[in-house]
Design a protein around this ligand. Structure first.
Ligand code: AMP
Length: 582
């Protein structure tokens, strides 16, 4: 395909001049050290994300700029300037320090997208804590696994979710304090270990000496699913903010007057890297919407706040397509100037639909929890190549490696997508699993776990996962995790879990189960197993479909052959079955 840069005349017609005007030159000149210099490091070369995203702006003319436009579930709106956030996060940092937080302690949040969750996360970074944001849709086991794995000391949650925490608090000996945000002032009786956010904040000082963290000090943990075992804690250091800042500037193309909206929840890395750090390190105003997906509500948010830059995900875009252009027409969306998407392959039809519905294409970009920031992207200066993830960010080197991850493959050949190790927001370890971490690197390349091709112009094209991990609506689900949860049901003898195609969510989780003696397949049992799974897993990880089988195909060593289940389900060739158990 021909490489078609936008010509100078066309750039001059754009409503805003892109921050990245010459991709080739940027690739040649780019130095991460130069980007670091744009950030205002603390004294003695220390670096703290919280300082870079909030405090440094609160000292300049940006102090009164609205950092956060918060839109509540019921249409209530609140505004917080950079200086408001500086003051409030100082207060909560004092709260945490007064409760005995030491540098490096893990502080988790478990709540909906309300301002206090954002304040808590930033305050914990200020105090030197390592933050772990959780989705509010998590069930008790998901909370227990994550907090237990990294021995979290503090948890900030809400009355509704505290009922879930209660079920597992006995199993979390390291957890010392559960702080309850009760913004609606509902009747709630504090239990042992619990304290009121509002009471603690009332008595805390507005002044705080930010912890002088080193750029290598750990800052963030996000748990991600792999093929085997429980989710792993992907750990990022404070230096990650250099990556968030640079990519928000050059890929999301944020400009001082932008009103930006990232639809992701902080429970997913996109909701922290680009729902907190990227925009605020650039001093940009952003919208946070508490509510869930509904096309009309989303358009209302864009109209009300005059959103200019919008970052979302393919499943959401497909849902907007399903809702139709009729809904689009009811709202004034002309403030929009730039659209981006991440998380799953973005179908060319979705890009074309964006063009039709909003007069703008969605710009796909690719990255992962482990990479911390965008690695491959379509840029405003270049034509979107529908179906391609785009080209590597200027400070990033990407390649396609052969089956053994040894040799780089030429354009057009499919292989393992790999990145030259060493960008600032690269993960620093898997919590307590250093060996597993090291196994992800080979000859200086980080092996991403995705398969892809690169074309002759250096554009990357996603092919699929190299492992069994399922991507449903942009959430990675490890089949093992789901199988383990299903096996805890008294009727289930064995479980095998795969992803099956879905027109909206790309893939949905399907389970095959064999039953213990004395149990018979029935719709009622299927419903009961689904209900059981819901209690154990994140909602998206729950099997949408369950089939009963008399036995599951296994290797001679006893491993369930998911590949075979999938081939049979989709009517594909079964491939090599030589290791299949008789
Ligand atoms: P997560 O770590 O949960 O953000 O998931 C990262 C994974 O999502 C990647 O390894 C890919 O498999 C998938 N992914 C993310 N962005 C894209 C994209 N633009 N196109 C295709 N797959 C993507």
């Amino acid at each position: 395909m021909e490489y078609n840069p936008i010509k100078k005349e066309e750039v001059s017609k754009m409503s805003v001049m892109p921050n990245l005007l010459d991709y080739e030159k940027a690739r040649e000149d780019f130095r991460w050290e130069d980007i670091s210099k744009e950030l205002d490091e603390l004294d003695d070369g220390c670096l703290n994300i919280a300082y870079e995203i909030i405090d440094r702006h609160a000292k300049t003319s940006l102090k009164d700029r609205v950092a956060l436009y918060w839109e509540g579930d019921n249409g209530e709106g609140e505004e917080y300037s950079f200086s408001d956030l500086c003051r409030l996060t100082n207060r909560f940092a004092n709260v945490l320090k007064n409760l005995g937080l030491n540098k490096g302690d893990r502080v988790f949040t478990y709540g909906d997208r309300i301002p206090e969750i954002y304040i808590s996360l930033i305050a914990a970074l200020k105090a030197g804590g390592v933050i772990g944001p959780l989705f509010s849709a998590f069930g008790p086991d998901a909370v227990k696994d994550r907090l237990g794995d990294c021995e979290a000391r503090f948890l900030i949650t809400t009355p509704k979710l505290a009922r879930i925490v209660e079920k597992v608090v006995e199993d979390l000996p390291a957890l010392e304090k559960v702080i309850i945000i009760n913004r609606k002032n509902v009747a709630y009786e504090l239990k042992e270990k619990e304290a009121s956010y509002e009471d603690l904040m009332k008595n805390a000082s507005d002044l705080f000496d930010i912890e002088k963290t080193d750029k290598e000090d750990y800052a963030i943990i996000h748990y991600t699913s792999g093929t085997t075992g429980k989710p792993k804690g992907v750990v990022h250091a404070h230096e990650a903010v250099v990556g968030h800042y640079a990519t928000a500037k050059y890929v999301l193309d944020l400009h001082p007057d932008d009103i930006y909206w990232c639809t992701a929840d902080p429970g997913w890395v996109t909701g922290t890297s680009y729902g907190i750090f990227g925009p605020w390190s650039n001093g940009i105003s952003q919208v946070v919407y508490e509510g869930g997906f509904r096309a009309s509500n989303w358009y209302k948010v864009i109209e009300k706040y005059k959103v200019t830059v919008w970052y979302s995900a393919p499943t959401a875009i497909r849902m907007l397509m399903k809702a139709g252009e009729g809904v689009v027409a009811k709202y004034d969306l002309k403030s929009l100037r730039y659209l981006c998407s991440v998380g799953e392959p973005l179908n060319p039809e979705a890009i074309l639909w964006g063009n039709k519905a909003f007069g703008l294409p969605f710009h796909d970009n690719w990255w992962q929890t482990e990479t911390g920031c965008i690695q491959i992207a379509n840029y405003p200066i270049q034509d979107v190549r529908p179906g391609s993830m785009g080209r590597p960010f200027p400070g990033v080197t990407a390649t396609i490696l052969d089956e053994n991850c040894e040799k780089e493959l030429p354009p057009g050949k499919e292989g393992h997508l790999a990145l030259k190790a060493g960008w600032p927001s690269m993960f620093r370890t898997f919590w307590n699993r250093q060996e597993l971490y090291e196994s992800k690197f080979q000859n200086g390349w980080y092996i991403t776990g995705d398969r892809a091709t690169m074309d002759a112009d250096g554009y990357f094209w996603f092919v699929g996962r190299a492992d069994d991990v399922i991507n449903t609506a942009g959430h990675l689900v490890g089949p093992f995790e789901v199988e383990s949860a299903l096996m805890e049901h008294p009727a289930v003898a064995e479980a095998g879990v795969i992803g099956v195609p879905d027109s909206l969510a790309m893939e949905v989780v399907k389970a095959f189960v064999s039953l213990k003696d004395g149990y018979e397949p029935s719709d009622e049992l299927r419903r009961d197993i689904k209900k059981f799974a819901k209690k154990k897993l994140h909602a998206v990880a729950c099997p949408r479909k369950i089939d009963f089988l008399p036995g599951l195909p296994k290797t001679k060593s006893g491993k369930i052959m998911r590949r075979l289940l999938k081939a049979r389900e989709l009517g594909l060739p079964e491939g090599d079955t030589s290791t299949l158990e008789e």
